[in-house]
Design a protein around this ligand. Structure first.
Ligand code: MN
Length: 253
């Protein structure tokens, strides 16, 4: 079993170390190819306007001067001699729940792997408070990661689908278990836009994460995390809203 590990917080982030340790419980053939710098919020962006560098940091270990999507592409096409059996992305520092997955570099790396026809899983550690910075605890991911991955490691995924896993912001002993749930959605309240003055006297804006309201709904990832469970959600690349096809077609006749 060959595993490719990537992330969006950068190759030196705490969470990628956590995911490497999880991966090594399933295989000795673990490769790492990840962005050299933090790329959170990069979504599925692909670097087209400048060259990308691939730096070999060690055996089976590469840094890419680009996005998570670039890293998966470079891992598959240049760094690895043959494709992995599975791609693991994360463990992200922070939640990737509900419709926030569309901003996520972590989830997008899994999307890129899925586009390449490789089974892919995204992992994220939710944290409770703003401002904890480097002190985010990954203990829930560290402990529950292997339990969440084990059922998937040799499972056949439906074509063009992948899996998104989030760990609640709890000590491992307080986590209630694992729930398979659908993707939830947030109310559109994107939190604060913090305004300040830079050292040269110019106004800047910085998107905050506080105050995002959400509607957990039943059987969603948001609800599972709120209830203290690990959430496991199957996602798909096809964003077509099937129920609207007929109504939309009727408008064009
Ligand atoms: Mn991130």
């Amino acid at each position: 079993m060959r595993i490719l590990v990537t992330n969006d917080d950068g190759i030196n982030a705490t969470g990628i170390g956590v995911l490497e340790r999880i991966a090594r419980q399933f295989s000795e053939d673990v490769w790492v190819c990840a962005p050299s710098e933090e790329q959170s919020g990069a979504g599925h962006s692909l670097t087209l306007s400048r060259p990308v560098r691939l730096r070999k940091l060690g055996e089976k270990r590469f840094a890419v001067s680009g996005t998570p999507t670039d890293s998966v592409m470079m891992g598959l096409r240049k760094a690895m001699p043959s494709p992995p059996d599975i791609i693991l992305s994360g463990v992200n520092r922070g939640a990737n729940l509900g419709d926030d997955v569309t901003y996520s570099g972590t989830v997008s790396a899994a999307m890129e792997g899925t586009l390449a026809g490789i089974r892919s899983v995204a992992f994220s550690q939710v944290y409770a408070k703003e401002g904890v910075g480097e002190k985010v605890s990954f203990t829930a991911a560290e402990h529950w990661g292997p339990k969440a991955l084990a059922p998937l490691i040799d499972m056949e995924f439906a074509p063009r689908s992948f899996v998104n896993i989030n760990f609640p912001p709890l000590e491992p002993g307080a986590v209630k278990g694992i729930r398979v749930v659908r993707q939830g959605f947030h109310d559109y309240n994107r939190g604060s836009v913090v305004e300040g003055i830079d050292p040269r006297g110019f106004r800047y804006f910085w998107f905050g994460l506080d105050g995002i309201e959400h509607t957990p709904g039943h059987e969603t990832d948001l609800e599972a995390i709120q209830d203290g469970f690990v959430s496991v959600t199957p996602l798909q690349l096809d964003l077509t809203h099937d129920a609207s096809l007929a109504a939309l077609a009727a408008r064009y006749t």
